[in-house]
Design a protein around this ligand. Structure first.
Ligand SMILES: *[C@@H]1O[C@H](CO)[C@@H](O)[C@H](O)[C@H]1NC(C)=O
Ligand SMILES: *[C@@H]1O[C@H](CO)[C@@H](O)[C@H](O)[C@H]1NC(C)=O
Length: 296
């Protein structure tokens, strides 16, 4: 999984475990990348699938074995079928330092036939409150879809089947905090959140429909794997510096990844115009001062 150029470098980890290159090329050996983070008996390996189960005794989750500074992570995920009201399935990256950073996909369940909502959020230096919500242009419980987070020194992009649905650009020059100095793990979990998730908490989890199961088919982590033993200053230089992107190894930092392409910009505009349900940037009642990253 790891190679060295002889100088003690840790080279870029391309950590998808392709069981079969003939298929989609996605990772199926989840246990090489992640481990259960809680409720081991609710984390089910079933052939090439990994299932997280929520019932009246517990939810469940997994966490990557390594942390990464910059990269792109993608989960191929099929959400809880039928009645998922009250449940939340999350796929996210998070650091575990004080004043942590976090990038969230949270899938808010709903009653049978009613639409899931996808909430995204970012915590930067311990501060969150950056929620956006969208519905989707497909039924996310009917089949697997790819949910990705791209993170490089210029932007954080949330993508659904390669369509960008949200961009958080680096506006440090305007004094806006940007996540850049804490390595992050990759996480997923399912839990009961019927105090807020569905229609603001009015619809409760119907436990007679348990267990609620979210199914992962693939997980891909392309990132600069953090080597704690090397020390933070060295790792910040190695993963965060500009050099390696030019060599094509840290491809998520290459020039072309610093902003959306024209095509992607059009996709983003389309997704927001047709599917945006809530944006904290347009919620003045909630913030005494307009969030600076939101522009005017
Ligand atoms: C939890 O669910 C199981 C299986 O449906 C049921 O037998 C049990 O009584 C439930 N427990 C509680 C505390 O509701
Ligand atoms: C659930 O369905 C209702 C009715 O269609 C909708 O208003 C709501 O936004 C949906 N999603 C959530 C998470 O409540």
């Amino acid at each position: 999984m790891e190679s060295s150029n002889g100088g003690g470098w840790r080279m870029v980890m391309v950590l998808y475990v392709a069981v079969s290159m003939v298929g989609s090329g996605w990772c199926s050996k989840f246990d090489e990348l992640v481990q259960p983070s809680w409720a081991t008996d609710h984390v089910i390996y079933e052939g090439e699938l990994l299932k997280l189960k929520l019932d009246n005794s517990s939810g469940a989750g997994f966490v990557s074995k390594s942390k990464y500074l910059y990269g792109k992570v993608t989960a191929e995920l099929k959400l809880v079928e039928g009645d998922s009201a009250g449940t939340v399935t999350a796929f996210y990256m998070s650091s575990d330092w004080v004043n942590h950073n976090e990038f969230d996909f949270e899938f808010l369940g709903n009653r049978t036939g009613e639409p899931y909502l996808v909430q995204t959020n970012l915590y930067i230096n311990g501060v969150g409150d950056r929620e956006q919500r969208m519905d989707l242009w497909f039924d996310p419980t009917a089949d697997f879809h790819a949910y990705s987070i791209l993170w490089n020194p210029r932007q954080v992009v949330f993508l659904v089947d390669d369509t960008p649905i949200r961009v958080f650009s680096n506006h440090e020059n305007r004094g806006v905090a940007f996540p850049r100095d804490q390595p992050m793990g990759v996480y997923s979990s399912i839990w009961n959140a019927d105090d807020w998730a569905t229609e603001g908490g009015r619809v409760k989890t119907d436990w007679s429909h348990a267990p609620f199961v979210a199914t992962f088919r693939g997980l891909r982590i392309d990132g600069c794997e953090w080597a704690p033993e090397a020390g933070a200053p060295a790792e910040l230089r190695r993963c965060g510096g500009s050099g390696w992107g030019k060599e094509g190894r840290y491809w998520w930092k290459e020039k072309a990844m610093e902003a959306l392409s024209v095509h992607q910009s059009h996709q983003l505009i389309w997704a927001r115009a047709n599917h945006l349900v809530y944006d904290y940037c347009n919620d003045p009642g909630r913030f005494a001062t307009h969030p600076p990253e939101c522009g005017k």
